[in-house]
Structures are given as structure tokens and as C-alpha cells.
Design a protein around this ligand. Structure first.
Ligand code: 3PG
Length: 402
């Protein structure tokens, strides 16, 4: 695909698809990472003399105008982060937008209202994509985290304008392919989370890509139960036992080592500072539940990390939101961060919970690469093509640019 290196943007109207879908609580933005990560692309375009027109979805208004889902407050924050004014127009297509765009000077930044206020966005409607495209001369896609959606602003529009990948898109794709397409081996993955059923494709793809697969979270309970261990009152999926056994078998055939817990932290209640015990996996009491992996398991995981060159991390090892069940996740995260800092390990982490868990451990910024994506990161781990990325490649190919 083409990057900003080959885009002549001076004096041009550049339509930049960002992912400004930031978490918000009571009207306040609780995490500005996505704004900070897209800011360099906006700055570069503005500094090169482009008229920068930023568009994004926000939340899920389902084709209706929902005032609480306006991007206006996000635009204000974006302006603070950029240190330059970001003007705002209350639509993303139509005469008001044309007027606002016509009034832009080179280097100005304008934010359009939530693209999902129009039904055409999620339907990837051609006419809507064309109407969006009418606002610009070039399209720059910097929304890797929305690239799993084939929507008008992430996919359709690229068929109507010369399309380029922005700097964040470039960085995400570079880091992700370095971790799984051409990794330094051995490569391992830590996959946590609560359900096998939601991560089946992901686990299947991992078996083809990694040398070591470390399984944690409630998902590990299902594997343990499938192996015949009593997991007491733990969260697990009885109808996934056969699937779990199939995964173990396939791993063996492919020479992928699976690391499961050998001891676990159990409690009767899931609440802060609940009374807990550490037990071997063959000694889980009937009336208790597994909420974290135990210290011997942590040791095993740390030993495995010591042999890896590349690590992909998705999902916490335990119920990290409630201490002390954050212990294993925090310890392993800190070791991964130290190995990364020492230049011994390349770490790529992503997916909603993972970022919060690494932040909780205080090491989110110490990974080699922390993805801004949730669902898109998961789909990429599943080995699926992301429509927003495919279209950039295809458009590049059709121009003979690869
Ligand atoms: C995300 O937060 O993962 C992206 O912004 C996509 O949002 P969506 O799941 O509402 O499409």
C-alpha cells in the first residue's frame, strides 16, 4: 500500500479516517491514547500544508443522530493534544460540510460529525461513500482499529479517491506482521480471556504461527476440565471440552507447546481481598473457583518467556480487575517488560482488556508495540483479512504500487 511518503498533500483537501472512538464516562474521555496515537499523522499533514479533514465513528448510534454520541467533545480534546485549533462541523456530508471545507486554509484541521449518524456508513452504501469522498482530494486511512469493519469511511471511500495509509496504520501493520508473519523465533503467545468459544479461530490460527502457546484466564479452566481435572465452581464451558482436546492434539501434531497452569488461586467469592488459597490443579475444592494462575505456573511462564524472541499477548491470565487476582498478570507483565527493555524480547500486545491489564501493571508503555485496536487486533490474530487494510492494498496494487 501507499504511505504518506508518496502523497503530495500541499494545498490538498485530505480526508483522514481516524478512530476517535475513545472510551467515555459521564461525558469525560477516560483514555486519550487513540487521540495521542493519531496526532502525529494529523500534525504531519498539517505541517505539509494539507487541509486536514478528520472523520471517524463514535460509539454505536445505529444510523440515528444521538446527541450524546457527538464527536464535538472529542474534537476539543484532540485540539488540546495537537496544540492547535480543531474546528467542528455538525455533519459529515452535505452543504454545511462543503461550506466548512471551502473555508479551510492550508494547515487547518476540521473534524466532521460521527459518520455513524448516517445509515449509509455501516451499510457501506456507495452513494454515501461518494458523498464522503466529495469532501476531499485524497483519502488517508489511519484507523487500523476500525479496519475490521467494511464501512463507507473505512472501505467504500477508498474506491473513489487516491488512498494512502497513515502513520499509525503503517506502524500497526508493521508491528503486527513483524510479530506473526516474519517473527524472530521462537515466538510465543499468551492468550487469556474467559471463553474458548469466542477465541476458537484465534487459537486455531495461533497453533499454525507460534512455537509456544501460554493459556490463561477462565479459558484455561475449560482446558483443565477437559483433561479431567475438577475445577469446582470455576467459570468454564462444558460443551467446549472436546474442542479443547482437539486443540491440544493439533498442537502436539504441529509441534506447538501448550503451557497450562499447574497450580491456581482459588476463592469462594469473587470480590476484592477475598480469602484465597493456592492449590495444585488436582486439588481444587468443589465449592471454590479458580480466579488466577498460581505461583508455580507463573514461574513456568517466566521460564518460557526467557526462551522466546517474540511474544504476542492477548488477554489477562487471571481476574486482574479484582486484587489479589491480578498477581500473575502483573508479575508476568513486568517480566515481559523487563525482557523487552533489555532487548531480549519483542512484545506486541493488544485487545481491550490486555491494554487495561498492562496499564494496571504499570508497563503498558514498555511493550515493543501496544496496539490501539480491540476487535481488529483479535481478527488479525484469527488470521482474517481486514477489509480496511485489504482495500488499501488493492488500490495500491491496481496502481502497480504494491
Ligand atoms: C473499536 O473500538 O474496537 C473500534 O472503534 C470499532 O468499534 P465498533 O466495535 O463499534 O465497530
Amino acid at each position: 500500500f501507499r504511505t504518506l511518503d508518496s502523497a503530495d498533500v500541499r494545498g490538498k483537501r485530505v480526508l483522514l479516517r481516524a478512530d476517535l472512538n475513545v472510551p467515555m464516562h459521564d461525558g469525560a474521555i477516560t483514555d486519550t491514547s487513540r487521540l495521542e496515537r493519531v496526532a502525529p499523522t494529523i500534525r504531519e499533514l498539517a505541517d505539509k500544508g494539507a487541509k486536514v479533514i478528520v472523520m471517524s465513528h463514535f460509539a454505536r448510534p445505529k444510523g440515528q443522530v444521538v446527541p450524546e454520541m457527538s464527536l464535538a467533545p472529542v474534537g476539543k480534546k484532540l485540539g488540546e493534544i495537537l496544540g492547535k485549533p480543531v474546528s467542528f462541523v455538525n455533519n459529515c456530508v452535505g452543504p454545511d460540510v462543503t461550506k466548512a471545507v471551502d473555508g479551510l486554509k492550508d494547515g487547518d484541521v476540521l473534524l466532521l460529525e460521527n459518520t455513524r449518524f448516517h445509515k449509509g456508513e455501516e451499510a457501506n452504501d456507495k452513494d454515501f461513500a461518494k458523498a464522503l469522498a466529495a469532501n476531499g482530494d485524497l483519502y488517508v486511512d489511519d484507523a487500523f482499529s476500525a479496519a475490521h469493519r467494511a464501512h463507507a469511511s473505512t472501505e467504500g471511500i477508498a474506491h473513489f479517491l487516491p488512498a494512502f495509509a497513515g502513520r499509525l496504520m503503517e506502524a500497526e501493520l508493521g508491528a503486527l506482521s513483524a510479530a506473526l508473519e516474519h517473527p524472530e523465533r521462537p515466538v510465543g503467545a499468551i492468550i487469556g480471556g474467559s471463553k474458548i468459544s469466542t477465541k476458537l479461530d484465534l487459537l486455531g490460527n495461533m497453533l499454525n504461527k507460534v512455537d509456544v502457546l501460554i493459556i490463561g484466564g477462565a479459558m484455561a479452566n475449560t482446558f483443565l476440565a477437559a483433561e479431567g481435572y475438577n475445577v469446582g465452581k470455576s467459570l468454564q464451558e462444558p460443551d467446549m471440552h472436546q474442542t479443547a482436546r482437539d486443540i491440544m492434539k493439533k498442537a502436539k501434531e504441529k509441534g506447538c507447546e501448550i503451557i497450562l497452569p499447574v497450580d491456581v488461586v482459588v476463592a469462594r467469592e469473587f470480590k476484592p481481598n477475598a480469602q484465597y488459597e493456592v492449590v495444585a490443579i488436582d486439588a481444587v475444592p468443589d465449592d471454590m473457583m479458580i480466579l488466577d494462575v498460581g505461583p508455580r505456573s507463573v514461574e513456568n511462564i517466566i521460564k518460557a518467556l526467557g526462551k522466546l524472541k517474540t511474544l504476542v499477548w492477548n488477554g489477562p491470565l487471571g481476574a486482574f480487575e479484582v486484587p489479589p487476582f491480578d498477581t500473575a498478570t502483573v508479575e508476568v507483565a513486568r517480566v515481559a517488560a523487563r525482557l523487552t527493555k533489555e532487548g531480549k524480547l519483542i512484545t506486541v500486545a493488544g485487545g481491550g482488556d490486555t491494554v487495561s491489564a498492562l496499564r494496571h501493571a504499570g508497563v503498558a508503555n514498555d511493550m515493543t508495540y501496544l496496539s490501539t485496536a480491540g476487535g481488529a487486533f483479535l481478527e488479525w490474530l484469527e488470521g482474517k483479512a481486514l477489509p480496511g487494510v485489504t482495500v488499501l492494498r488493492e488500490v495500491g496494487d491496481s496502481l502497480g504500487l504494491g
